[in-house]
Design a protein around this ligand. Structure first.
Ligand code: URP
Ligand code: ZN
Ligand code: ZN
Ligand code: ZN
Length: 492
């Protein structure tokens, strides 16, 4: 379980050649060798010249894919009275072991705290990262100074996405007035508004009602956050984005109702993007019926795990293109921390792990079953996140000039997932006992071989902060092009 047990320093010859594999990008796959030099991909093709002294990886029978991007993690997060078990080193080391080479984490300023102050605190914590990292910044309150700091973050600090928690009342919840001000500001700055969609007022009310009825165990957690509570918030955020003509990215879409709202908005021409968590795709709400407090509490996260029919809807959303990215919301708390809510489920720190398992569980259930193609897998595990957050093709692509963040994927390798063998410092694995087929044999991060057939060589501090440039300023266009006269009324 310890992250340090098999960590050695990364092998770093200046060149690495990956030979004999099938390169998989989001648009196509092809037979090619890949040469990396000084952290970049410098050649992709057949029979490339390999310089003397280069390290050579034999990828015969394997896929060579962009390293995963997990666009939703919380390392070292102070939350609900405690701090997550994984810091930026252990969490990114676990990510590398699973084939994920970049994370986008969250700076979450307390209400009234300066966004820039919080940003610099998180940047300091993240210096120990073993993999590349970037930050969404949460807008938890509003004032002119917040609007000004958003601009500084975009223009000077490479932040192009702002997060809004529509839940967590009396803590970090953003009400409609904050959402509207912040979405409008994001549009001016060329940044992407994102939301955690749950109606925090309804959650709070339902929690109080459940507690008043004596329902204090983890089984009450999903009852306090039913799908309608998520769908209402998703629909509201979509409506606000529609009026303001901003794009919108909805994190951890967990239920069919929210997905339907996204599909409707997209069909009506809105730029709405949906993220789904590996856990929501594969774990159902039966976990909350566990009479053992620790087992049930370990699954307390928000939104909660849902009845199985929602999982089917989410898999369909990934294939239809109404869901775009897969993430983990990696936010680990150990049993002692979860015990803070032993007599009151609302005090259980919300969050689960998964950063190490995401790629393999989605490959196994998605590609292994035939539901997704390898290229679709690349789209939903790296390329789409890179596009949506404006770092493509530097990330999310096996192409000349891209960062040498690669995973050599062995489709035949299998293992049984367990907390006993994970690299995360969490003491629980939500995928415990699941046997997956399809695993990374090698992970290359910035041109360094950091994981090789079970041996992790993550290097503390080797990860770099990834700046994400703003999108081009968008005109506020309230009407679609078409046959209109000058007054804007439809021609007969
Ligand atoms: O339960 C969760 N998801 N914890 C992390 C914070 C958040 O809502 O993403
Ligand atoms: Zn600064
Ligand atoms: Zn959330
Ligand atoms: Zn989260």
């Amino acid at each position: 379980m310890s992250c340090n047990s098999n960590v050695h320093s990364a092998i770093s010859p200046s060149h690495i050649a990956i030979r004999g594999g099938t390169v998989v990008n989001a648009d196509h796959q092809f037979r090619a060798d890949v040469l990396c030099r000084d952290g970049r991909i410098v050649a992709v093709g057949e029979q490339i010249e390999v310089p003397a002294g280069a390290a050579i990886i034999d990828a015969g029978g394997q896929y060579v894919m962009p390293g995963g991007i997990d666009p939703h993690t919380h390392m070292q997060l102070p939350f609900m009275g405690t701090v997550t078990a994984d810091d930026f080193y252990s969490g990114t080391a676990a990510a590398l072991a699973g084939g994920t080479t970049s994370i986008i984490d969250f700076v979450i300023p307390a209400p009234q705290q300066s966004l820039l102050e919080a940003f610099h605190i998180w940047r300091g914590w993240a210096e120990k990262s073993a993999a590349d990292y970037s930050f969404h910044v949460a807008v938890t309150w509003w004032s002119d100074s917040v609007a000004a700091e958003m601009e500084t973050l975009v223009r000077q600090h490479g932040v192009n996405s702002f997060k809004h928690f529509m839940a967590y009342k009396n803590a970090i919840m953003a009400d409609d007035s904050v959402l509207i001000s912040s979405f409008a500001r994001a549009l001016e700055l060329g940044a992407m508004p994102t939301v955690h969609a749950e109606n925090g007022e309804l959650v709070h009310l339902l929690q109080q009602q459940l507690l008043a009825q004596g329902m204090r165990a983890p089984a009450a957690h999903p009852l306090s956050r039913p799908p309608q509570v998520e769908a209402e918030a998703a629909g509201r955020a979509i409506a606000i984005a529609n009026v303001l003509q901003t794009p919108l990215y909805i994190v951890h879409v967990s239920c069919a109702e929210s997905l339907a709202a996204i599909a409707r908005a997209r069909a009506a021409g809105q730029r709405v993007y949906g993220e789904v968590l590996a856990g929501h795709l594969l774990i159902d709400d039966s976990v909350y019926a566990n009479p053992d407090f620790a087992g049930a509490a370990a699954h307390v996260m928000s939104p909660p795990f849902r009845p199985a029919e929602h999982q089917q809807a989410l898999w369909k959303g990934l294939r239809s293109g109404d869901l775009h990215t897969t993430a983990t919301d990696h936010c680990t708390f150990c049993a002692g921390q979860k015990a803070m809510g032993r007599s009151d489920f609302t005090k259980i720190p919300n969050g689960c792990g998964g950063v190490e398992e995401r790629m393999s569980v989605i490959w196994d259930a998605g590609v292994g079953s035939g539901w997704l193609t390898p290229s679709e897998f690349v789209a939903i595990t790296s390329a789409n996140a890179a596009r949506i957050f404006n770092i493509y093709p530097r990330k999310g692509s096996v192409s000349v000039g891209a960062d040498a963040d690669l995973v050599v994927w062995d489709p035949l390798a299998s293992r049984t997932l367990s907390a006993a063998t994970q690299h995360s410092l969490g003491d629980f694995n939500v995928f415990e006992g699941r046997t997956v087929q399809g695993l990374p044999s090698h992970t290359i991060s910035r041109g360094k071989l950091v994981f090789e057939r079970g041996e992790l060589r993550a290097e503390r501090g080797a990860g770099r902060y990834v700046r994400r440039p703003p999108f081009a300023p968008q005109k506020q266009i309230l009407q679609a092009p078409g046959k209109h006269d000058k007054q804007g009324s439809k021609q007969k």
